[in-house]
Design a protein around this ligand. Structure first.
Ligand code: SAH
Length: 429
């Protein structure tokens, strides 16, 4: 049965076509720092002076998403000239294979329409652009589905709009009153595209959820075991030179109420916001039907200290120059799986089925990246493009590059158990 799915994936991927549409590793976008990092530091200093040390989660939230000076809020941070590069930006092959996977699984669910593709944290919109192109090759009508993006950054919202839509989105005033979304437009293929602040604002319908390098940007609390029990690592101001430094909370903090009973680690990171978002996704998948695909770097609940900064593709001290570097922590996939299978007491949903995590190299190889590379190379007349394609393939799949570090997790409604026993999700087995 598994090979049936594989065969279907191969048939589907044949349909995508044989053209390359990207100039690999050639990134013309300019990275300009509009936000004033000093302003952000001043705000953080003032807050600590007024109310005492802040949690790493509060710090991360402020540094990444402060409306005026937050790292993501007013510039393009991706690519060679940015601070980091992501898989969809490396090669069209990545998004195409994800798209084929989504089509395959949507068909397995009986091709429900209308449906939505909901992406959390779409960045430049490159993954979604590749997905929409593939969906159009499969003749899935633009009117059959909507594209709903959960994006906190107005700047990246504009970049996504340019990438995905024919026209500039209507002004905020033209979004119907009382709408949950803050912006809307029409995709190149005729689908409605809408932008939302929160996952819980998304429309209620069958949903293909996608989150690529989204959860690693969500705030984490850092906890440490001391003689008296669990305490939280906080961020304080060094009064002598006005730099930021870590301190350990004197007493327990609310984050110390996290599930720590059977915890053998002496130090760990927890992200309550990630758990809430995963529970919301799982609830929707149960109640409205859908599938979730989460892709990120992360671990199975065994890592301790992964909070770090990235600037110009290099590690950067997270406490230095806040707002000028990306802040991130490895995703705890064991915690996400726990959230997807543990409804809160008052909620009306059943545990989702979870598949994975599997490593990126295994997922991409199983769904046909080698075949896709061959197809693209066969139609490629430019030596440089061919070289870039091979190098992109290596970067995505080599265990020493992104192949092992990145993991895939899938969520399905419990009603699909029997179908999935016969036809397991491609890429996961
Ligand atoms: N998925 C893209 C971008 C990853 S970067 C890619 O792989 O290329 C993280 C993305 O999440 C950015 O678009 C950022 O603006 C968005 N983001 C970060 N925190 C968010 C939050 N709390 N709510 C919604 N979007 C958020």
């Amino acid at each position: 049965m598994q090979s049936c799915s594989r065969r279907l994936m191969t048939d589907l991927s044949q349909k995508i076509g044989f053209t390359t549409n990207r100039r690999y590793f050639c990134d013309k976008a300019k990275t300009t720092l509009k936000g004033n990092a000093n302003i952000l530091l001043k705000q953080i200093e003032a807050r600590i002076l007024a109310a005492g040390p802040i949690t790493v989660a509060d710090y991360m939230k402020e540094v990444l998403t402060n409306p005026t000076a937050g790292y993501y809020m007013n510039r393009d941070v991706f690519g060679q000239t940015g601070d980091f590069i992501t898989s969809p930006e490396i090669s069209q092959m990545f998004g195409e294979l994800i798209a084929v996977w989504l089509v395959n699984e949507w068909m397995k669910c009986g091709r429900p329409t209308p449906f939505q593709i909901a992406e959390l944290g779409p960045g430049r919109g490159t993954l979604m652009a590749d997905i929409l192109r593939v969906f159009s090759k499969f003749k899935i009508a633009g009117s059959d589905f909507s594209v709903n993006l959960v994006e906190v950054s107005p700047y990246l919202g504009q970049v996504q709009e340019k990438q995905l839509c024919l026209t500039q989105a209507q002004e905020a005033t033209e979004v119907p009153q009382g709408s949950q979304h803050y912006k809307q437009s029409i995709s190149l293929y005729g689908s409605q595209v809408r932008w939302y602040n929160h996952i819980s604002d998304l429309p209620r319908t069958f949903t293909l959820f996608l989150a690529h390098e989204f959860f690693d940007a969500l705030p984490i609390h850092k906890l440490v075991k001391v003689d008296q029990g669990w305490r939280e690592v906080l961020i304080d101001l060094n009064r002598e030179d006005l730099t930021l430094r870590y301190v350990i909370s004197r007493d327990r903090t609310p984050a110390c109420l996290y599930r720590l009973d059977n915890e053998s680690r002496e130090e760990l990171e927890v992200s309550p916001q990630s758990l809430i978002i995963t529970q919301t996704m799982a609830a929707r998948i149960h109640q409205d039907g859908g599938i979730g695909l989460v892709i990120d770097y992360g671990h199975e609940g065994d890592k301790t200290d992964t909070f770090r900064g990235f600037k110009n593709h290099k590690l950067h001290d997270p406490l230095v120059d806040p707002g000028t570097a990306d802040l991130t922590a490895d995703v705890d996939f064991a915690a996400l799986k726990w959230a997807a299978t543990h409804p809160r007491a008052f909620e009306d949903w059943k545990a989702n089925l979870t598949y994975g995590t599997v490593e990126q190299k295994d997922f991409l190889t199983r769904v046909g990246i080698n075949l896709r590379l061959e197809q693209l190379l066969a139609s490629c007349r430019d030596e440089n493009v061919a070289r870039d394609l091979k190098s992109a393939h290596k970067m995505l799949t080599d265990p020493m590059e992104m192949g092992s570090k990145f993991k895939f997790l899938a969520l399905y409604p419990s009603v699909m158990e029997k179908i999935l026993e016969r036809y397991p999700p491609p890429g996961f087995v």
